[in-house]
Design a protein. Structure first.
Length: 388
């Protein structure tokens, strides 16, 4: 058990039949869920020689691409009575051996990245995981890292917006716990917690769940933000994230929701038809360092924004929710380069631009990286404010 404000959580870890780790985050004690054995006959994942995917270097973009052929075989839109994320029932074993759960996290059976082990004692990777300065033009590396699945509720038909604030808080604790745990693995340089919802986004399982990736490099989006933050600090002496949020709050026209500890707004240069950024009032680099009051306040503001998004078109909105966190290691000395200069935030984005109409990443976005958004951000914010 560990204390988390008004809601204590009982965390129990065990192994699935193939050796993958599973961790229960229980909202009450003594449930014995982790003692239930996984009786399935599965091959051991430890028998694999190493990571099953590969990183290949794109020399033109200066970015790594993950090639993960084994994921082609993953479970694709199973019927509701064969959902692998439901609790196990007699005669129907699933990925979760216990007969019930609150929040549960386990290693993905079809991981994009795998094989990361605990980091040996001693200082971490001083290079910050940016990879070799000049990788060979056709460089390859093993797809080392870790991919986990987070089930938000055992209720197959629910969605995140249906969760109680208490349950959201348990999910936040699980995200924070995994941020620390994956960041402690050898070679992991960035931890990404996210949720894809809706078949329109490419979700292959309907059960309410999210994923957590431990990447073996700092992702391009984060590297770009860090570079911008360093430039801003050099030019102005200020913190880019703080100054941007202050500017949005001063403008006020794109604010969707707000409480004492969080602000939710459509960014001035939103790329998606409906995109909302949620920033805590007090800047922290990652979820594990988010103060108790901010964790508590997040649950209310996030549920409010999700329900607005769903209300907009009268049906569950397809969305991506992406937690932006500082890399595991400092990325440079001086202002703009320390972990504490990065601001944890959640980016919520929906591909739906009108009932039955989706935004596709087409020629300009996919070919040139130039986004074209049909909805004026101030209009998106006003609709989200007025819908409830
Ligand atoms: Zn299910």
């Amino acid at each position: 058990m560990y204390p988390v404000g008004p809601y204590p959580i009982w965390k129990h870890a065990t192994r699935l039949a193939d050796g993958r780790e599973i961790i229960y985050f229980d909202e009450s004690p003594g449930l014995g869920r982790a003692a239930v054995r996984d009786a399935r006959d599965l091959g051991r994942v430890d028998d694999l020689a190493g990571p099953v995917s590969a990183l290949r270097w794109d020399p033109l973009a200066g970015e790594w691409v993950v090639i993960a052929e084994q994921r082609q075989d993953r479970t694709f839109l199973p019927p509701a009575d064969a959902c692998p994320l439901d609790p196990s029932a007699p005669g129907r074993p699933t990925e979760i051996p216990a007969s019930s759960y609150d929040v549960v996290v386990f290693e993905n059976r079809f991981p994009s990245l795998s094989g990361a082990r605990p980091r040996p004692a001693g200082p971490g990777d001083p290079t910050g995981g940016a990879g070799p300065a000049q990788p060979d033009l056709l460089a390859q590396r093993p797809g080392l890292g870790r991919c986990e699945v987070v089930c938000f509720t055992s209720d197959h038909d629910a969605s995140f917006a249906d969760l109680t604030p208490h349950r959201v808080r348990t999910v936040v604790e699980a995200w924070a716990d995994r941020t620390v745990a994956l960041g402690a693995l050898d070679g992991v340089e960035q931890v990404f917690c996210f949720e894809n919802r809706g078949e329109e986004i490419g979700v292959t399982l309907h059960h309410p769940h999210g994923q957590i990736y431990g990447y073996p490099f700092v992702t391009p989006r984060t590297a770009r933000m860090l570079g911008q933050a360093r430039l801003h600090a050099e030019r102005t002496g200020g913190n880019l994230f703080d100054d941007m949020v202050a500017g949005e709050l001063a403008a006020g026209t794109r604010v969707v929701a707000r409480n004492d500890h969080w602000a939710a707004f459509v960014p001035a240069a939103a790329r998606w038809p409906y995109e909302v950024l949620l920033f805590p009032a007090e800047r922290v680099p990652d979820l594990s360092l988010l103060p108790d009051v901010a964790r508590e306040a997040f649950c209310l503001v996030y549920l409010d924004v999700l329900r607005r998004l769903d209300a907009l078109f009268g049906s569950r909105a397809p969305y991506i929710a992406a937690w932006h966190q500082a890399p595991v290691h400092a990325h440079g000395p001086g202002p703009g380069g320390r972990r504490e200069d990065f601001a944890l935030h959640l980016q919520l984005m929906s591909v739906r631009r009108a009932p039955g109409k989706l935004k596709y990443l087409a020629g300009s976005e996919s070919g040139m990286g130039v986004w074209i958004n049909d909805i004026v951000p101030e209009t998106a914010a006003r609709r989200l404010r007025e819908v409830l």
